[in-house]
Design a protein around this ligand. Structure first.
Ligand code: DMJ
Length: 672
């Protein structure tokens, strides 16, 4: 019991002490516990206390009462919101049964752009949506908050939910961006908190606007087959090549190119789009914990830009996870030394650890396609970071090439010198290797920037006229229109499989308002690309074909030289099929893609996991596996397959995103 005493006669000292025995304080030996005695006894003791002691006690009581009221109110709110959340969850689950079936994996909740919460996604904080605009979307990009709430409910007990809500409440005021159902970051309330950093201020990762609610498009059988193929490929990579550049599926090992987990990074946004949540989370952890760019290693500027920088940027846009933007900034900065050349035309190789760059050992030339197909990525990096240096460097290259002599009706040679800035090896024109994506990026930069940069459009239009004038021919016997090559005025009926990006690009241009005859040309060229598969014994295209210009008995349109009969699991035809289907709705393009997928499964699938490139597309009984799965098979080929089989135009809407040349979607700055 409680007792306060001041020793009689001694100087008065105020204190409070606590004792536990009732007897001493009662001052009597017998036990009297009557109510009247207790009341009297308490009052007597109260009176015995000094004024200070009484004040202290009263203050303590008042304090405890205030605390009690506050905590009651806040717990009430918390529990109320949990009850509401669980009602929302039930509703969401009832509303989207098809979605759940079609896409069992729920993608990880996005993080706000300026937050870095370390190990994601379990601990990441997701602001619940306030906007009524947030709604169900395509299952693959179903990343809006209500499903995050569902995850909370299924994965954690109520106390965990309370903790997260309290945590979320703490950061709510500083949180700026939420993720739209399309998978892009939108600005929920422009008038709320100011941006916390320059990055946030300049970052407008998505042009996507809320739209009317619509039914989710369920995943179909063919898309499921793509998911199955991806999982099979991923299994091989995971089992035998985890964290390395490429899987060697037959020898159950791996090969290194840059030593930067190329396949894993290239595949990130594919996993996101396919809805492979678990795989994505695992890969995300590797990026967070093991992806280190501070390495004494030479990387190719173009390849690392389109695969790594492009892959990280698009994954940032789809997931909203700032980890990917941080990594993108890191690699972007490390690639910048490549531009320190006398002409500002970048070197082909950069040592990302040392910060030095150099051309290949045998020449000071760079490849034209390489120096002109890094712009989408660096321009986007500038927009996200607010640092103009990235954009300036790549824009300078385009401006330089725009006025350079040595073109032939808009067609460019394949090499450019890093000292003089002049084209070299003049007189050879192709839309295949070393020039291909120059043409692709003219159009795509123009689209990315909101169709304002006229020089890009001029160069693109002129080049397509150049293609028509110099490179188009028709084969025999089927009269397939194909794109050949020009060597010092001599036409060659050779066409790389790489050229099959062109129908898709032409269709994209026509969709963006360019000449209607571009679409006609796209239709004839995609037929040709399909025939490059269909006329071959395995139903898979070789790397290069030669078309017959003259009819010969027993000969097909397509001839294949022994050195060209390999297939590297390349994406270009499937890529163009995807664009053609999107813009025409003609199911034959899906059917052609389906045939190709089946043939990949028939001739390139390795039973223990992974797919392999093959040496001989003409020998179905022994296609001669090469024991290598290129990163673009996961980054591009399977992604375009999945998109081709989808009937949902909002699954990476082409009025809102532009794909880089490695199939990584980046936002269009000013959407149509
Ligand atoms: C990819 O790396 C890119 O598509 C590039 O533009 C060309 N080659 C491969 C795929 O074939």
């Amino acid at each position: 019991m409680y007792s306060g005493a001041a020793a009689a006669g001694s100087p008065r000292r105020d204190f409070i002490s606590v004792t536990l025995g009732p007897e001493e304080a009662a001052g009597v030996g017998g036990y009297n516990n009557s109510k009247a005695w207790r009341r009297r006894s308490c009052w007597r003791k109260w009176k015995q206390l000094s004024r200070l002691q009484r004040s202290v006690i009263l203050f303590l009581f008042a304090f405890l009462a205030v605390c009690g009221v506050i905590s009651y109110t806040s717990m009430g709110e918390t529990w109320k919101s949990i009850t509401n959340k669980s009602l929302d969850d039930q509703r969401t689950e009832q509303e989207i049964p098809r979605l759940k079936l079609a896409n069992p994996a729920v993608l990880p909740a996005p993080q706000k752009a300026d937050a870095n919460h370390g190990d994601y996604p379990e601990l990441s904080l997701q602001k619940p949506p306030k906007s009524p605009h947030v709604r169900r979307g395509p299952s693959n990009l179903q990343i809006k908050a209500p499903r995050r709430d569902t995850r909370l409910k299924t994965r954690h007990d109520t106390m965990r939910a309370v903790e997260e809500l309290v945590e979320a409440d703490k950061v709510e005021k500083t949180e700026k961006s939420i993720i739209s159902w399309r998978g892009a970051v939108i600005e929920p309330d422009q008038s709320t908190e100011p941006p916390s950093s320059k990055i946030m201020e300049l970052e407008k990762p998505s042009p996507v606007e809320p739209e009317d609610q619509k039914e989710p498009v369920p995943i179909n059988e063919r898309q499921l087959a793509v998911i199955e193929a991806f999982r099979h490929a991923w299994k091989g990579y995971k089992d035998f090549a985890w964290g390395h550049d490429e899987l060697k599926p037959l020898s159950k090992s791996y090969s290194e190119w840059f030593g930067l987990g190329l396949t894993l990074i290239d595949a990130l946004d594919t996993m996101w789009i396919l809805g492979l949540k678990e795989e994505f989370e695992e890969a995300r952890k590797w990026v967070a914990n093991d992806l280190v760019f501070d390495k004494n290693v030479d990387v190719n500027l173009f390849e690392s830009t389109i695969r790594i920088l492009g892959g990280l940027l698009s994954t940032y846009h789809l997931s909203g996870d700032s980890l990917f933007l941080e990594k993108a900034k890191d690699i972007g900065n490390r690639l910048m030394p490549a531009f320190k050349t006398p002409s500002k035309i970048p070197y082909s190789d950069v040592n990302i650890g040392r910060g030095t760059a150099h051309p290949p050992r045998w020449t000071s030339d760079s490849t034209v396609a390489e120096v002109t197909s890094i712009q989408l990525e660096f321009r986007e990096l500038s927009r996200l970071t607010g640092d103009e240096k990235f954009r300036k460097a790549v824009d300078e290259v385009m401006k330089h090439v725009h006025i350079l002599s040595g073109k032939n009706d808009g067609l460019v040679p394949m090499f450019i010198n890093t000292n003089s800035g002049q084209f070299t090896h003049l007189g050879v024109y192709t839309l295949g290797a070393r020039a291909d994506s120059y043409y692709e990026y003219l159009l795509k930069q123009w689209i990315q920037g909101g169709k304002k940069e006229n020089e890009l459009l001029e160069d693109y239009m002129r080049a397509i006229e150049g293609v028509k004038k110099h490179l188009l021919q028709r084969s025999e016997p089927k009269k397939l229109t194909f794109v050949g090559e020009l060597t010092h005025g001599h036409f060659s009926a050779k066409m790389d499989h790489l050229v099959c990006f062109l129908p898709g690009t032409l269709a994209l241009g026509a969709h963006n308002g360019l000449a209607a005859d571009h679409m006609k040309l796209a239709e004839t060229l995609i037929e040709t690309c399909y025939q490059m598969y269909a006329q071959v014994e395995t139903g898979l295209s070789p790397e290069i074909v030669h078309f017959n210009l003259h009819a010969q008995k027993g000969h097909k349109d397509v001839e294949i030289k022994p050195a060209d009969r390999h297939n590297l699991l390349r994406p270009e035809t499937v890529e163009s099929l995807f664009y053609m289907y999107r813009f025409t709705g003609d199911k034959k393009y899906q059917d052609w893609g389906w045939e190709i997928l089946q043939n990949f499964n028939r001739y390139t699938r390795v039973p223990t996991g992974g797919y392999t490139s093959i040496n001989n597309v003409q020998n179905p009984s022994n296609p001669e596996p090469r024991d290598k799965m290129e990163s673009f098979f996961l980054g591009e080929t399977l992604k375009y397959m999945f998109l081709l089989f989808s009937d949902d135009i909002d699954l990476i809407n082409l009025d809102k995103y532009v794909f880089n040349t490695e199939a990584h979607p980046l936002p269009i700055w000013v959407p149509a």
